[in-house]
Design a protein around this ligand. Structure first.
Ligand code: IPD
Ligand code: CA
Ligand code: CA
Length: 262
């Protein structure tokens, strides 16, 4: 486990926001049967969690900047530190009563990602990593899977939703190319957790386009610290700029990237 002051701050903020999200998740089931559905309630839960994270992290590290999914970019006097925060990654799952969602917090120092945390408050799984310190889930050290043959692999992906019709054709091509070579595919609906599943060796690889910085920042640190490779979907280092990721161990990352690019 990582016992740094920074990780204590991140963990405390995530646990506090996570308690609220878990409570609200319990209410979602009751709202499912109403005609209007739980949409507005979920948006409120999302914003509440973000407010808790913003307040806790601002208190503990005054002056750091923020890139927040709901409130946008907030610059601080300290230009060398930026938090990337998704208070609820996996909103669709949350909305439908599926317990696969997480809080995602990452810290960049001088433009380099140095720490990441992804917390699922329902399963109480806390994935953390700090640059040079390794990656952990609760007290368990994480290592990416060792499989090297694509035919043995389970690969995660993201499917562009209805509002992203322009991306459907490209995704279908990529999906077909990967499906023809791997054991099977998964689409779980939380990019932050998807990357943690690569770090934990549950998935052998993962790729997705159309993501935002807050979806992937924490997961990138966690995969790297678990010994994995992460690039954008073109094989470069601009994941956050391009909004795409491809991850796995060295061999699977290379082969998956080649399929996605073909
Ligand atoms: C979404 C999830 C999903 C991914 C979407 C993201 P949200 O984040 O990470 O897995 O496919 O592109 O927008 O909206 O649940 O925070
Ligand atoms: Ca997200
Ligand atoms: Ca979100």
């Amino acid at each position: 486990m990582i016992k740094s002051a920074l990780m204590n701050v991140m963990t405390a903020a995530a646990l506090k926001a996570g308690r609220g999200l878990k409570r609200d998740f319990g209410e979602v089931e009751n709202l499912q049967v109403s005609v209007k559905g739980p949409g507005d309630f979920v948006s409120a839960a999302d914003r509440k969690a973000e407010k808790v994270l913003f307040e806790e992290l601002s208190k503990a590290r005054p002056g750091y900047g923020f890139v927040l999914e709901e409130s946008g970019t907030i610059e601080g006097p300290d230009k060398s530190h930026t938090w990337y925060i998704d208070p609820l990654d996996g909103t669709t799952n949350f909305l439908h009563g599926l317990p696969l969602f997480a809080i995602s917090i990452a810290l960049a120092r001088e433009g380099q990602l140095v720490a990441g945390l992804v917390y699922n408050p329902v399963t109480d799984e806390m994935f953390v990593a700090e640059k040079g310190q390794g990656a952990y889930c609760n007290n368990r050290r994480l290592r990416v899977a060792a499989r090297r043959d694509l035919a043995d692999t389970l690969i995660g992906c993201g499917v562009p939703h209805l509002g992203k019709m322009n991306d459907h054709a490209r995704f279908t091509k990529e999906f077909n190319a990967v499906m023809a070579k791997v054991a099977n595919l998964r689409r779980l609906g939380s990019a932050a957790l998807d990357l943690c599943f690569v770090a934990a060796g549950s998935y052998d690889g993962f790729w997705e386009r159309g993501l935002k910085s807050w979806d992937m920042a924490a997961g990138i640190v966690i995969v790297r610290e678990a010994g994995g490779f992460v690039t954008d979907a073109d094989g470069g280092e601009d994941m956050m700029g391009k909004g795409s990721v491809c991850a796995g161990n060295e061999a699977i990352h290379r082969q998956l990237l080649a399929l996605v690019r073909s």
